[in-house]
Design a protein around this ligand. Structure first.
Ligand code: URA
Length: 212
């Protein structure tokens, strides 16, 4: 797995406000959107393009256009939904699929409760959005779902990641020949006994949308 940890003062500044327990949902949502747009810039570095020529008022200019089929952006419900706007701001023509996954807070196992994705993902670049890479259970299940539908190239964008989660994802897909990338805002220290990232930011879904 290719890992990119953002190292930019603007992202760190925004992350610091995000982590603060006094930051309320409206600010939290706004910051998540902004951070994802910045992370998306790095995550799409290898997005597939084709050469095109356009005519400027002065001369022809060689450029690039996004190749077809378009990339697929997959926010993992519920918390990944808070990342969608920030991502499609950068690639507005991407298709958006949805995966609803829930983590059992006792076993920390992830299971799928909803999905809306193309049946065939062969040749599609997939961008999975999930703010917290904690145990890795949710991300592994989501990636497996995409690989089972033919995807071979998946980039996960997370706000925070724990070393345990990264290790789990690497072990799950080791030697399987998939092209897996991770772009994250921060590599945090560890998980606590409840599976929360330390220092983290708490429950991302609750902080985005409240406790429901
Ligand atoms: N999910 C969250 O929302 N927060 C964590 O710290 C870990 C998993």
């Amino acid at each position: 797995m290719k890992i990119h940890v953002a190292n930019h003062p603007l992202i760190t500044h925004k992350l610091t406000v995000l982590r603060d327990e006094n930051t309320k949902s409206p600010t939290f949502r706004q910051l998540v959107e902004e951070i994802v747009t910045l992370l998306a810039y790095e995550a799409t570095r290898d997005v597939k393009t084709i050469p095109v020529t356009v005519k400027t008022p002065v001369a022809n200019a060689e450029g690039l256009a996004l190749a077809k089929p378009r990339p697929v952006v997959v926010p993992i419900l519920r918390a990944g939904l808070g990342m969608l706007e920030g991502m499609v701001k950068l690639i507005p023509t991407a298709e958006v699929g949805f995966l609803g996954m829930v983590r059992d807070e006792k076993t920390l196992q992830a299971s799928t409760y909803a999905n809306r994705l193309p049946e065939d993902l062969q040749g599609r670049q997939c961008y999975v959005l999930d703010p917290m890479l904690a145990t890795g259970g949710t991300l592994i299940a989501a990636m497996q779902y995409l690989f089972d539908r033919g995807a071979t190239e998946v980039t996960a964008i997370t706000i925070l990641s724990a070393p345990e989660g990264i290790k789990a994802v690497e072990e799950a897909f080791e030697g399987k020949g998939y092209n897996i990338n991770l772009v994250t805002g921060s590599l945090d220290t560890k998980l606590n006994e409840k599976g929360y990232i330390v220092p983290g930011l708490g429950d991302a879904g609750d902080r985005l949308y409240g406790v429901v």
